[in-house]
Design a protein around this ligand. Sequence first.
Ligand SMILES: Cc1cc2nc3c(=O)[nH]c(=O)nc-3n(C[C@H](O)[C@H](O)[C@H](O)COP(=O)(O)OP(=O)(O)OC[C@H]3O[C@@H](n4cnc5c(N)ncnc54)[C@H](O)[C@@H]3O)c2cc1C
Length: 411
Amino acid sequence: MAAAISAAREGACVTIYERNDRLGKKILATGNGKCNLGNLSLSIEDYHSDNPSLAARCLERFGTRETEAFFHSLGLMIKEKNGYLYPKSEQASSVLDVLRMAVERYGVRVVYEAKVNSLKRKKDGGFELGWEMEASDSKSPGQREIFDHVILACGSKAAPKTGSDGSGYQLAKQMGLTVTEVVPALVQLHCREDYCKSIAGVRAEAKIHIRDGRQCVVSEQGELQLTEYGISGIPVFQLSGQVNQLLKEQKGKDLIAEIDFLPEFSKDEWNQFVEERMGEIPRRNCETAESFFTGMLHKKLMLLFMKLAGLKTNTLVKDAGKEQLLTVFRLCREFTLHITGSHSYDHAQICAGGVSMKEVSASLEALKVPGLYLAGELLHVDGRCGGYNLQWAWTSGCLAGRAAAGKDKKK
Ligand SMILES: Cc1cc2nc3c(=O)[nH]c(=O)nc-3n(C[C@H](O)[C@H](O)[C@H](O)COP(=O)(O)OP(=O)(O)OC[C@H]3O[C@@H](n4cnc5c(N)ncnc54)[C@H](O)[C@@H]3O)c2cc1C
């Protein structure tokens, strides 16, 4: 929609093919129904891409300020909360409504329930687009239409119920473009350990380090949620794309998540704390291990750590082995879980990977296929939670739309 509006504003005659019976279904699900449409803090560090310098150039040309101006021009009031941008109404439907109305106002033709399934370059210039109607009662395969320029903005294959089923990757491949490995991202992670069940429901501020052998490949801090199947929460979402990519590269080998439940302690502060607590044992010799560790972290965590250390909860601390007690303290800072995979695309907010950014220009035109543009999540640019993915959708959509209409071209 951003691409179509931008192209139509430049005077182009635009048609949108949408396989659903309405536009922008995914927008309604964003930001828990409030649509976090951008962020005041925006940099390329908030994204992963196979060509970060090109993605950075696009974000410099069309960043937060341009997004705000674009939406203001459509009549949307925006509010900011801790840097995160939302519609003032706090209703994702407001964002969708202003886009839909602009599509209509600028005379964009929309063909609904039309799934594009082929794209060919014509010898005499332009493109032949093939589609079929999605509704079963009106299935009439083989419809064709010719266009001067095409913008592929089919999304990824995350949350396929909203319409993005990965067919955009096939269309890009038909045009000879490279699609890098696609994996679910901003998604819950699965762990091998059975005892996850015993700590399900615990939420705690923690720092998570993902280790590949001894090397830490990525880390995130925030509110961690422990679940029956593994780990969830914003910090897990943030690193899930990279984790899934590594798991795919390693073909079945697990990764280690090392969890620090007390990241606010420096190493020295922690050593001093443990030393002091261990020094208290002679004075607390009638206490059980359970009461000795009470008050440190969530009870379910401490009970599990004692079990993993081979320490019975009713053992008196004076009778407990020093190593066992130190193991419990160590687990508070270095609790490890084996990551085996993630929830499926159905649960993922986005996909990492996509059409290579090495094969497009700064106007998002395919270098090999002049006249073909790409926008949105279909491209290999994935952002963190916090409005960055919609920002990329507006950035790439508006740049591609303007360029396809001839705005940024010499001729
Ligand atoms: C639950 C959830 C919450 C999210 N929350 C946020 C958030 O708060 N902030 C944020 O920045 N991002 C959020 N995202 C991510 C964000 O919604 C996406 O990155 C963004 O919508 C991508 O835009 P897009 O236009 O590239 O793709 P999409 O929004 O997926 O749109 C693609 C459109 O193309 C249509 N289509 C696909 N293939 C074809 C075809 N072959 N023929 C015809 N039509 C086709 C689809 O039906 C769809 O309407 C969230 C995602 C989910 C799932």
